[in-house]
Structures are given as structure tokens and as C-alpha cells.
Ligand binder design. Structure first.
Ligand SMILES: Cc1ncc(COP(=O)(O)O)c(C=O)c1O
Length: 406
């Protein structure tokens, strides 16, 4: 039990509601021979190490000590402008540096949104199940949650959207479900949120991981098309990152939104860390100018396609009797649900760890911790034979679980 009592150990109220699943599986994964299908991690052998080394040398030669200073809270100015140009190109809109806040990964952007917008008890309408990192980021703010419905026939009522501090959505290959939200549902949601006057947060780390067909416009691009020319002043707050297209260790993320919101988020960032690392910003600028992603992404996609298909085959063969799920068309995850709700994945998780494999149980993606029959499995990190071994271990854990239950 965390919290309570007197003297030391009287932690803040929100900590009592936090979970240690991430730390737990990261620790388990460091044991030799353990197979982790849990983390949302890229294939580490594909990180463009030589390109990053060369970019680091160029950044220091170009900027000298300026790359080693404290910097502006909003980020290295030249990278801010480069991201503004990238977003303008991608959406057809008009974005300037003042529309961009550079963050320590997209994760910090989520944290700052909570800081800038949410007081205890405030409402967030969030895609369900919800990205664990977002729930973690907002936990200290102690919000209330309602489920976002993408289905126009069962849309969230207007007054609920109006009451929300923001709506949180991951339309491209959601974490944890891998779902790609269809275009007509995106457009319908955008229209409703615009009408409500709330913010619409589009968290988009998996945009680059399109394994099958092109995904079509995101929420920001749809809104730009509605609004037409002129500097962007709409309700969409877009979160991007280099974590999936280059490497997560760079911790380069960005928030894009109307300038007044960006100023508020920058204030919140100032309270968190003064500024991000100017050095990694200068390195990222070199990587973008050298178009490293253009060479790197095709290699990632062909590796992930093969891994996804291998994982699909082994999941169907080993777990198909007990779990159902779709083959994702991008991103990093399979999402499985127990047939007839017959398996409690929180209980299965501990048994799986004993078998030497980890997945992420569905309860951590539910703000109320009640979703107990699903699991998220990563297909990008491990070689196909390692994943297959992990899934066989998982099947053993299921058999053990079921024999004990009956
Ligand atoms: C939906 C979602 N948002 C944000 C992030 C954080 O990404 P970053 O590495 O840029 O902090 C992740 C990471 O996996 C994610 O899945």
C-alpha cells in the first residue's frame, strides 16, 4: 500500500493510484533468456547509429558551443522552424515556429497538456482503451475520464465534449489496440469537437509505420482543409515524435497547435525542465536535413511487415483457441481479447512471467483498471523465432491458468 500514515512515506494522493507494470516488465526483460512482448520498442538493430554519429559531429562543427547551452524553453529555433515546415508540407497548412513546441519525446507533450489544462476532477474524453503513458502522464492531475466513441451513431453528446478539457485520440494504429480509425469517423469526430469548442489532441507516433495501405489525412490535416489558408488557429493539438522513425533515445518530440496554446505549454515546460537538450535538437536538425528518415523508414517497414506476419501466424496457431484479434495494418502491436471473456489477463500476466514471457495486460489501459480480458503484444522488437518462443510460453501459461481455474 502506497501513502497514508505519518512522517516519511506520506506520498501525494495520486501516487497511490499508479501502477508499476512498466517498471516490472522492463526489469523482467533484462533477465537472460526472458522474452518480452510487452514494450513498445523498435528493432534496436536497425537504429541508424552511423548516421547519428555523423549528424552529431556535423552539429558540433556547425553550432559549436551553442549546441551545448541551455536553450529557449520552446526548443532549438532552427529545429522548431524545420518542424513547422514539415507540418506545413504534410498538411497543406500554414505553420510557423510559434505553432511548435519541441518536447522530450511526445510523452512530455502529453504531460504538459495535463499541466496546462487539467485541474483535479476535470474531464478528459479519451479513446478507449487508452495509451498507458497518457494515463500515467495525467494521473498527477487527477482527472475524470469518459470514453471517446468514434462511431457517429453512438457519438459522445455535445455537452460532454463541451465539458471536456480535451479529447484524446490516436487515430493511426492506436496504442494499445493497433486500430486504424476510418476516414469518415475522423471527419465526424473533428466536426463534433470543433462544434464543442474543446481541444482535440491527435497523438500520432505511429504515422510512419504504415505497413499496408496509406492511411489518409489525420485530424490536423482534415481541419486545415476545412479552415483554408492562413496561420493555423484551430482546436487540433498534434503530437509527433522521431522515436519510431529514427530512434527513441533521441527523445525528440513536438506539439503543434495554435500559438496561444503553445505559449501555455511552454510555460508548463519551463516549470518542468527549463529546456530540452539543445545538443539533441541540433543533431535532429542534421538528421532531418540529411533526410535520414527517407533511407531508414523503408528498411524498418520491410522488417516490421515480416515480423507482423510471422507473429500473426504463430498467434493464430498457438493462442487462436482462446483469444481473438485482428492483424494490424501498421504500428507495433497486436491486441488480443479472450474469447467469451474467459481469461483474466491480470492473473495470466503473473503466470506468464514465471514462464519467461511478458505481455501488457489490458487493465493498465483502462483509467478505471476494469478491463481484464485483453492483452497487448509487441511485434517489432524481437526476431520471429524469439517471438514464436514467447508465444509458445504464453500458450503454456494459458494452459496452466485454465487447468487451475477448472
Ligand atoms: C500513443 C503514444 N503516444 C506517445 C508515445 C511516446 O512517444 P515518445 O517516445 O515520443 O515519448 C508513445 C510511445 O510509444 C505512444 O505509443
Amino acid at each position: 500500500m502506497i501513502g497514508g500514515g505519518t512522517g516519511r512515506g506520506r506520498w501525494a494522493e495520486w501516487i497511490a493510484g499508479s501502477n508499476d507494470v512498466t517498471g516490472h516488465f522492463l526489469k523482467a526483460a533484462s533477465q537472460p533468456g526472458f522474452v518480452s512482448l510487452a514494450g513498445g520498442l523498435p528493432a534496436a538493430e536497425l537504429y541508424p547509429v552511423d548516421a547519428v554519429a555523423a549528424a552529431s559531429a556535423r552539429a558540433l562543427a556547425r553550432w559549436g558551443g551553442a549546441a551545448l547551452e541551455y536553450g529557449p524553453c520552446e526548443g532549438f529555433p532552427a529545429l522548431r522552424s524545420a518542424i513547422a515546415e514539415r507540418i506545413s508540407r504534410a498538411t497543406g497548412g500554414t505553420f510557423h515556429a510559434e505553432h511548435v513546441l519541441l518536447t522530450t519525446g511526445a510523452m512530455q507533450g502529453l504531460d504538459l497538456l495535463g499541466k496546462a489544462l487539467v485541474d483535479p476532477g476535470d474531464l478528459i474524453v479519451a479513446q478507449f482503451p487508452t495509451y498507458l503513458g497518457a494515463l500515467d502522464a495525467w494521473r498527477p492531475r487527477m482527472p475524470r475520464y469518459e470514453r471517446l466513441s468514434w462511431d457517429p451513431d453512438r457519438a459522445n453528446p455535445d455537452e460532454q465534449l463541451r465539458a471536456a478539457k480535451f479529447v484524446y485520440a490516436v487515430p493511426n494504429f492506436s496504442n494499445p489496440t493497433g486500430v486504424l480509425v476510418p476516414q469518415h469517423q475522423r471527419a465526424a469526430l473533428l466536426e463534433r469537437v470543433v462544434r464543442s469548442g474543446s481541444w482535440l489532441v491527435e497523438d500520432d507516433p505511429y504515422l510512419v509505420l504504415q505497413l499496408d495501405d496509406p492511411v489518409g489525412p489525420g485530424l490536423l490535416e482534415l481541419d486545415v482543409a476545412e479552415r483554408g489558408a492562413g496561420p493555423y488557429d484551430g482546436p487540433v493539438v498534434y503530437c509527433g515524435t522521431l522515436s519510431k522513425s529514427i530512434a527513441p533515445g533521441l527523445r525528440i518530440g513536438w506539439m503543434v497547435g495554435e500559438p496561444e496554446l503553445i505559449r501555455m505549454l511552454a510555460l508548463a515546460k519551463q516549470c518542468s525542465d527549463l529546456s530540452s537538450s539543445m545538443f539533441t535538437h541540433a543533431v535532429a536538425l542534421e538528421l532531418l536535413e540529411a533526410r535520414v528518415e527517407d533511407a531508414h523508414i523503408p528498411a524498418i517497414l520491410s522488417c516490421y511487415r515480416e515480423r507482423r506476419d510471422a507473429m500473426h501466424d504463430v498467434l493464430t496457431a498457438e493462442l487462436g483457441k482462446w483469444f481473438s484479434g485482428e492483424r494490424p495494418s501498421g504500428g507495433m502491436f497486436f491486441w488480443l481479447e479472450a474469447r467469451r471473456g474467459a481469461i483474466d489477463t491480470d492473473a495470466l500476466y503473473h503466470r506468464a512471467l514465471r514462464e519467461g514471457v511478458a505481455f501488457v495486460p489490458s487493465s493498465v489501459f483502462d483509467p478505471h483498471g476494469e478491463l481484464r480480458t485483453g492483452m497487448r503484444l509487441n511485434f517489432t522488437r524481437n526476431e520471429p523465432d524469439v517471438m514464436a518462443e514467447g508465444v509458445r510460453r504464453l500458450a503454456r501459461a494459458v494452459r496452466g491458468y485454465l487447468s487451475e481455474e477448472t
